[in-house]
Design a protein around this ligand. Structure first.
Ligand SMILES: [Mn+2]
Length: 430
């Protein structure tokens, strides 16, 4: 079977900026290449959307792109679900190349509220997995895909041990997740790689935006990587792409124009396919604010022809506001400029600087609330849920969580937790 593996599209990223079309353009190119390669199934490892409540424009673009595999031919058929009802999935999701997706950290919503991946499943665009699996069959070859959608990292281990998935007999078994894994990513909470269940034939991990093929328990472990650069780091200059895996040689499959083919897990063949029509990203570091040197280095980059305005991330030690304004005036029409903020004098961030993550009013409110809760020693996760429930007018559910929290507090201590109860109440009255 030929399996295309992608993730972290972040549809809706940079909305309202020069880069607002980038997420769609990258995925359009990737899906086109997937269909040309005659993939049998498409796996999406989370963060399809940049926010948990994407707007109508973002949803429309996502649906326009994701319908394409469904309208293409595939000979696979669904054999069965493990831990999921067939009724949850529309026939539309099974008519062409099926898309099997987990939701990521950016899409997660409170239990009981539909996240955008579940919404796409309901609308018939894909199959959503969370602690369950789907088995597909083609020419008597069976592939079983287990998916665990993104959960708060501090709960990941307990979710995994409660679920305790086991590879399915006589199948090629895939395990797909979207978590912060200690070995690959720094985060306040992480899970250790060895907590991931063993015995699967292929592992797929979303969430980490730099793609990589590594190994776990002797089997390939593919970090999908994002299709667009989000946080601009030095590694972001590497072209983006996606993976295709052939579980075995099949004569009717076209050759793939891959940047790299990994064969060390034969008969598996792992292809890395690079996107060709996306923005170039440059990262330039300067140890001192030497304008002459900076200008000549930037001009050097312009010798390469660019179909799309490239992104230029600058890290200039001791840069002044005037200098950054100068760079913007001279090169703002040639590059999408971004300045590493720690290197900018306080209060001097130029107005036109690329905004990487425009926050919606809701998210901004949540961010402020989380920061304040952390300062008061309260657990932000529960409050984030309450915030979302209140925003959705689910007052009863919000009250339920609040009362449970207050109860737990009183159970644990002899004294009345005055400070915490007071905060809970004043928040409930907002
Ligand atoms: Mn992501």
């Amino acid at each position: 079977m030929r399996i295309a593996i992608l993730s972290d599209f972040h549809f809706g990223f940079a909305a309202g900026t020069e880069r607002e079309e980038d997420s769609y353009s990258a995925v359009r190119e990737a899906i086109k290449k997937t269909i040309e390669a005659k993939a049998d199934i498409v796996l999406l490892a989370g963060d399809i959307f940049d926010t948990r409540s994407p707007n109508a424009e973002t949803l429309a673009n996502a649906m326009e792109i994701l319908i394409k595999p469904l309208l293409s031919k595939s000979d696979v058929r669904l054999t069965k679900f493990i831990g999921k009802d067939r009724e949850e999935v529309s026939d539309m999701a099974l008519m062409g190349i099926p898309i099997i997706a987990i939701h990521g950290t950016h899409e997660r919503r409170v239990k009981g509220l539909m996240n955008p991946i579940e919404a796409l499943e309901k609308a018939g665009f894909l199959i959503h997995l969370h602690c369950n699996a789907a088995v597909f069959e083609k020419n008597s070859e069976k592939v079983c895909i287990y998916g665990m959608s993104g959960v708060p990292d501090q709960y990941a281990e307990s979710v995994l041990s409660n679920w305790n998935p086991k590879p399915e007999a006589s199948c090629f078994n895939i395990f797909m997740l979207h978590q912060s894994i200690k070995e690959f990513l720094y985060a306040p909470y992480t899970i250790e790689l060895n907590r991931i269940p063993k015995g699967f034939d292929l592992y797929i991990e979303g969430h980490i935006h730099e793609a990589r093929c590594t190994e776990y328990n002797g089997k390939p472990f593919l970090i999908t990587g994002s299709l667009i650069p989000t946080q601009l780091k030095e590694e972001s200059t590497k072209p983006k792409g996606f993976w295709v895996v052939d579980t075995k040689e099949e004569k009717d499959k076209p050759d793939i124009n891959a940047k790299e083919i990994i064969k060390r897990h034969e008969p598996l063949k792992i292809y890395w396919i690079e996107l060709e029509n996306q923005r170039a990203v440059y990262y330039k570091k300067f140890e001192k604010p030497d304008m002459g040197r900076i200008e000549s280095d930037i001009k050097e980059l312009l010798k390469t022809a660019h179909k799309k305005k490239p992104i230029l991330r600058l890290e200039i030690k001791d840069a002044t506001a005037t200098m950054l304004h100068d760079i913007e005036t001279k090169f703002g029409d040639k590059f999408i400029l971004s300045f590493k903020k720690e290197f900018i004098e306080t209060g001097s961030i130029p107005a036109k600087t690329l905004e990487e993550h425009k926050l919606s009013v809701e998210e901004l409110g949540k961010k402020i609330l989380t920061e304040n809760l952390e300062k008061s020693g309260l657990e932000p996760m529960s409050f984030e849920n309450i915030f979302e429930l209140l925003a959705e007018n689910k007052i009863e559910s919000a009250m339920e969580i609040l009362l449970k929290m207050a109860e737990n507090e009183t159970d644990q201590t002899d004294k009345k937790p005055i400070k915490k109860q007071k905060s809970i109440l004043s928040y409930g009255q907002i």
